[in-house]
Ligand binder design. Structure first.
Ligand SMILES: [Zn+2]
Length: 270
C-alpha cells in the first residue's frame, strides 16, 4: 500500500508533539540524539539508527544526499511554480521504528511523513525513491506555508500540487494507466469527489481507501490543469491566490474559466 504523506495544522502538530514527548521514554531504537546538518535552504536533524558514520551506507552520506535532494527540490519548485521560501526549512528525519511508535497511531493510514511547523519524516538508512518522493511532497507543503502562513489552502490544491511535484521528481510525466482507469471507474459509478469536498484543509481524517481516492483525484486534477494549460498558468494562479487569497478569482484570471467549469472539463477528460 502506498504510504501517504500529508500535512497537519500547527495546532494539531503541537498536540501531537506533546504525545511524542510522552512516548519518548518508551521508544528505543535510535539514540534520540539528533545530528544536525545544514545546507543553503534547509536545516536537517537526523536520528536514523545507522551503524556507521562514514562510507557508502554511512550516516554522513545519508545526510548529505538528503540535503542534496532537498536543494534540488528547492530549485525545481522555484522553476516550476515560483515558490522560493526565504527562511530555512527544518526537516526532522526519524528512525522508522521511532516514527511509527511516536506518530503511527495518530493517523488513520500509514504515514511516511507530515508537515506541521517543519517537515517530519519516517526515515530510512539510504535515500530511496520513496524518500525522494516524500521529501518533494512535504517540501511543497512547507513552501506554501512559508508563502502564506495563515492562508488555508484547499486540500485538492495543496495535496494535488504535492503529489504532482513528487511524481515529477521520480520522472513520472502523467497519471499511470491503472490510475486513470481506476478514476474512470469511480467516475462512471458517480463516486468521484467534488472539488468542494476536497477543499478541507487536509485529508488526514479519511479512511485509507477514501484517502487514496482523495489524494489521487487531487493529483489527477492538477495533472489535468498542467497537461491542458501548462505550468505557467498554474504558477500564475497560485501566485495570485497567495497574494489575494481568493482562489476562484485567481483561477478565473489565469485560466479564463471558472473553477466549476474546469472541474466539469476534468470529468469529461476522464
Ligand atoms: Zn501532503
Amino acid at each position: 500500500m502506498k504510504r501517504a504523506s500529508f500535512l497537519l495544522p500547527v495546532a494539531t502538530l503541537a498536540a501531537l508533539l506533546l504525545v511524542a514527548d510522552s512516548a519518548k521514554a518508551r521508544d528505543r531504537g535510535a539514540d534520540g540524539e539528533f545530528s544536525k546538518r545544514t545546507s543553503r535552504h534547509f536545516v536537517l536533524y537526523q536520528d536514523v539508527d545507522i551503524d556507521r558514520t562514514s562510507g557508502f551506507r554511512g550516516s554522513r552520506r545519508f545526510e548529505q544526499q538528503t540535503l542534496e535532494v532537498l536543494e534540488a527540490a528547492y530549485d525545481q519548485l522555484a522553476e516550476k511554480l515560483g515558490l522560493r521560501p526565504e527562511r530555512p526549512i527544518t526537516v526532522v528525519v526519524y528512525d522508522p521504528g521511532v516514527f511509527d511508535a511516536r506518530f503511527g497511531g495518530l493517523f488513520r493510514f500509514p504515514a511516511a511523513g507530515f508537515y506541521g511547523d517543519s517537515i517530519h519524516l519516517r526515515g530510512d538508512t539510504v535515500v530511496t525513491d520513496r524518500l525522494v518522493a516524500v521529501l518533494h511532497h512535504e517540501f511543497v507543503h512547507a513552501a506554501l506555508h512559508d508563502a502564506a502562513p495563515t492562508l488555508v489552502v484547499p486540500a485538492w490544491l495543496n495535496e494535488g500540487i504535492a503529489e504532482w511535484f513528487e511524481a515529477r521528481a521520480l520522472g513520472k510525466r502523467q497519471l499511470a494507466a491503472e490510475e486513470k482507469s481506476w478514476l474512470r471507474d469511480r467516475a462512471e459509478k458517480g463516486q468521484l469527489y467534488s472539488l468542494a469536498e476536497l477543499s478541507t484543509p487536509n485529508l488526514g481524517h479519511l479512511e485509507p481507501a477514501a484517502a487514496r481516492a482523495a489524494y489521487l483525484q487531487s493529483y489527477a486534477f492538477v495533472d489535468f490543469l498542467v497537461r491542458r494549460h501548462g505550468e505557467r498558468r498554474l504558477r500564475e494562479a497560485l501566485a495570485d491566490f497567495l497574494r489575494t487569497r481568493k482562489l476562484e478569482r485567481s483561477m478565473q484570471r489565469s485560466y479564463r474559466d471558472s473553477l466549476p467549469d474546469l472541474e466539469a472539463r476534468f470529468r469529461e477528460d476522464l
